[in-house]
Ligand binder design. Sequence first.
Ligand code: DC
Length: 221
Amino acid sequence: MTIVAIDGPAGSGKSTLARLLSRRLGYLYLDTGAMYRAIAYLALQDGVALDDEASLATLTRNAHLAFDESGHMLARDRDVSEEIRRPAVSAAVSEVSAHAHVRDILVAEQRRIAAAGDVVMEGRDIGTVVCPAAEVKIFLTAAPKVRAERRRKELVTAGEHVGSNEMLAAIEARDAFDSGRAVSPLRRADDAVELDTSPLTIAQVLDSMERIVRERLHQRR
Ligand code: DC
């Protein structure tokens, strides 16, 4: 059983690349950010205050999170994969994911899914907290401007129009929050390979990631 841990900030290309890498390797793909997003979405739906840790923990325990065969996020037995990408959810998710009780429940769930087989797991704390013993760890980065532009284009494709400056400010605010929080802050694991994706195409990064995985696995034999 092999775990490939992919961490990095918003817009570093993690989701696209982790998904493509999992297909190349024939591994399961686990997007842990989608789980935090689903909880933020349910909290907004239910009108639960984002600073009410006890209520958020109860909501998390009862959320019935799961992924269907095509990787869509299910919550309370409903496909929420589109809703969780909305700007309102993006704006709420950092605060939700900063609560230790919410994290404990989701991390336990993530470890359970990871135990099922070979997996590419993507998030902020996979290499440091969720699976510190992962065989391969990759930390993806990119300049804030590049990341903001990527996110903006994704939103435009989804029909949401956001200005460049507004997007950059949102990305920088989320970076600061995710890196500065007390519980499991975004941090590169000491044994992770760091890849700056700013000047590279998706195909180039994917090739590098595959090379890193194959080298690491070869070294371990
Ligand atoms: O990768 P993403 O943008 O979908 O992640 C959404 C939020 O969830 C992000 O603000 C940080 C948080 N997150 C986290 O704290 N730990 C993870 N393993 C994954 C995401």
